[in-house]
Design a protein around this ligand. Structure first.
Ligand code: NAD
Length: 405
């Protein structure tokens, strides 16, 4: 099944428990708008290439469309549609006044020079400027897009539209260019707050062991923050493969190695493993933080963790969800676990709109409260209806979207 088909199955499952009229479900099965563009990009060699880009505006009943832009060779219209639907659900779970959208470009951005990347980023804005805006559609970083890319995009948007307040169209900007304190660490920090709330609720050992798939903004920052509060990180991976040390990895040494070599492969103080091996490691907590569709009906038998904390979007398929539930492995769903990122994006948007700057302490206090509240609401609903946390999160989101609709 494709990512969007998986997202639709999740929607249908929750529809049985959400107190909403059937039209709301039907509405959410269809994105409001899908725009596809061909971006001409000049390469440093003088050659010109055409890249395919998408922006999906899924639903804006609760506020402007919100969702990241992904640069990856496997981007597809289907994937962007799935990510847009998940964003609509996530913003409602986080209880922020934003809708859901997503963007993507089919490109192997690792092969581009910085100048080519900048031309591509500015080209994306030229193609989509008419459907973007601070009160219309507000993108952010996602896989292989960065604060610097958001800065180029915001700059291009202001140049093209002349709207001096237009920088609020993009969140995840560098701090000195209108970004928010705490945005860089928000996805991981929010996930850690949710994990803490879960650990308290079920009595999980505070020194529990963790494996993390993906070592980018979400996974790497999570490794850093979780190790600082006492969790033991025993395995991590990136697109080149993984590292395993049952005694615990020295996270800062792994980070320095990754910075120097641009990949984890060859790190000396650990056993090298594949991404598939990582999913099967003996650990209390498994944190997928890379791409969707990683834990499937076929490989879920390998998972030995007590709980899966989904920092990635869509890492567990609906087929795997059913089996994991039977095996009493809890899944803390993406729409809750990684919603810290969009929550602080919302704070950034608010600060830009009001011309304010909140301190790191303000941002952290608000984030912690909102993540803990979101966890509690979902955990209570899951217990009350005897359902898994994903279905509970979707059901709550559907009711909130229905109310706004
Ligand atoms: P990133 O580009 O910073 O990092 C992606 C990481 O995944 C890299 O380490 C890469 O090497 C690794 N990777 C790629 N393919 C892999 C594979 N097949 N196996 C293992 N690792 C692989 O991206 P990110 O922002 O950390 O996003 C990761 C996930 O988190 C995505 O699903 C994204 O949608 C989700 N997410 C990110 C944010 C955010 O604020 N950055 C917010 C919410 C959700």
């Amino acid at each position: 099944m494709t990512a969007f088909e998986n997202a639709l199955v999740q929607l249908e499952r929750a529809a049985k428990y959400a107190k909403v009229r059937p039209f709301i479900i039907e509405r959410l099965r269809h994105p409001n708008r899908i725009v596809e563009a061909s971006l001409p990009v000049a390469m440093d060699s003088g050659e010109e290439r055409i890249l395919t880009a998408y922006r999906v505006q899924h639903n804006n009943a609760r506020g402007p469309y919100k969702g990241g832009i992904r640069f990856h060779p496997k981007v597809s219209k289907d994937e962007v549609q799935a990510l847009g639907l998940w964003m609509a659900i996530k913003c409602a779970v986080a209880n922020i006044p934003l809708g859901g959208g997503k963007g993507g470009v089919i490109v192997d951005s690792k092969q581009l020079s910085k100048a080519e990347l900048e031309r591509l980023s500015r080209g994306f804005v030229r193609a989509f400027k008419d459907i973007l805006g601070p009160q219309l559609d507000v993108p952010a970083p996602d896989v292989y897009t960065t604060p610097e890319i958001m800065d180029w995009m915001a700059d291009e948007y202001v140049k093209l539209t002349g709207d001096q307040k237009g920088r609020a169209t993009f969140t995840g900007k560098p701090l000195e260019k209108g970004g928010s304190e705490g945005r860089g660490t928000a996805t991981a920090q929010g996930g850690l707050y949710v994990l803490d709330a879960y650990a308290k609720a079920i009595g999980l050992d505070p020194n529990a062991t963790i494996t993390i798939q993906g070592f980018g903004n979400a996974g790497r920052t999570f490794a850093e923050l979780a190790s600082q509060v006492g969790y033991t990180i025993i395995a991590v991976s990136d697109s080149s493969g993984g590292l395993y040390n049952p005694q615990g990895l020295d996270v800062s040494a792994v980070e320095s190695y990754k910075d120097e070599h641009r990949s984890l492969g060859g790190y000396p103080d650990a056993q090298s493993i594949t991404n598939e091996d990582l999913l099967g490691c003996e650990a209390d907590i498994l944190v997928p933080a890379a791409l969707e569709g990683q834990i499937t009906g076929q490989n879920q038998y390998n998972v030995k963790a007590r709980v899966i904390l989904e920092l990635a979007n869509g890492p567990t398929t609906p087929e795997a969800d059913i089996e994991l539930l039977k095996r009493k492995i809890d899944v803390i769903p993406d729409v809750l676990a990684n919603s810290g990122g969009v929550t602080v994006s919302y704070f950034e948007w608010e600060q830009n709109n009001k011309g304010e700057h909140w301190t790191a302490g303000d941002v952290d206090t608000k984030l912690k409260t909102m993540m803990a509240d979101a966890f509690q609401t979902i955990h209570d609903r899951a217990k009350k209806d005897s359902i898994d946390m994903r279905t509970a999160a979707f059901a709550i989101a559907l009711e909130r979207i229905a109310e706004a609709t």
